[in-house]
Design a protein around this ligand. Structure first.
Ligand code: FE2
Ligand code: FE2
Length: 240
């Protein structure tokens, strides 16, 4: 069964652990005047995640459905969610809304870098992050009031780990990436000539909370953690 944790005021982490692949899939719900769901999850988790969302708010009231990039765990259940939340609007990068128009129903809100999504008391700034963690269309949302970065696959950690931690997660993230490099899941995050600048810009947001899709939510010095994770990415995926 999915487990739910409030990781920041009115921001809930709904986690499904899949033992067969030793991995958590986290979905985030923001309770506000215009509720936001970030990551729909795959269709396989749809019923479980919907039931968990229902314990927080009425799914029919969801106004925004956000995700970083088109991939099954990010937005595979978008169609299911739009059936129960008929007034919801998908939120992604402007490029994603354009090139994935068929998938995002042609009515997505395409966001530009720095553009604000105000859901009520929460204000989300969109950050364009092409190819980070992966995908041409990638972007992230940063909640400005409580400084929560919804960071998708960044800070990926394998295992059935605690929902929230203030401990260092960098070595756990490094070990997970190295594990993937040894098998069919290699080349998870491309390290390009532009990656460093994008990671530096994310660090400059000085997040207090890093809401990872896979693994623990980190609470603490988000700037330092992102800079350290940038070094891990360079070590694992960069040029030798
Ligand atoms: Fe991904
Ligand atoms: Fe993911």
């Amino acid at each position: 069964m999915a487990s739910t944790t409030e990781i920041a005021p009115d921001i809930f982490r709904i986690s499904v652990f899949v033992p067969e692949i030793d991995l958590q899939f986290n979905h985030f719900v923001v309770r506000d005047e215009e509720p936001l769901l970030y990551h729909t999850g795959t269709r396989a988790f749809w019923g479980e995640v919907r039931d968990a969302v229902t314990r927080i708010l009425d799914p029919a009231t969801i106004r925004w459905i956000g995700f970083s990039h088109v991939e099954a765990d990010e937005c595979g259940a978008l169609g299911e969610w739009l059936k129960v939340a008929p007034h919801a609007v998908p939120v992604c990068s402007r490029l994603g809304a354009q090139v994935n128009a068929d998938f995002v129903t042609g009515r997505a809100r395409g966001m530009d870098d720095g553009e604000l999504l105000v859901t009520g008391t929460h204000r989300f700034s969109f950050r364009r992050t092409p190819q980070l963690p992966h995908g041409w269309d990638a972007g992230l949302l940063f909640e400005e009031c409580d400084r929560t970065l919804l960071c998708s696959d960044l800070l990926h950690q394998n295992g059935d780990v605690p929902a929230v931690t203030g401990d260092d997660v960098i070595e756990r993230a490094r070990a997970s990436l190295l594990e993937y490099e040894a098998g069919a899941l290699a080349d998870y995050i491309p390290y390009t000539a532009r990656t460093d600048a994008v990671m530096q810009a994310l660090a400059e947001l000085e997040p207090q909370t890093l809401a990872a899709m896979h693994g623990s939510t980190y609470v603490g010095d988000g700037r330092r953690t992102l800079l350290e994770f940038n070094e891990v990415l360079r070590d694992v995926f960069g040029e030798p």
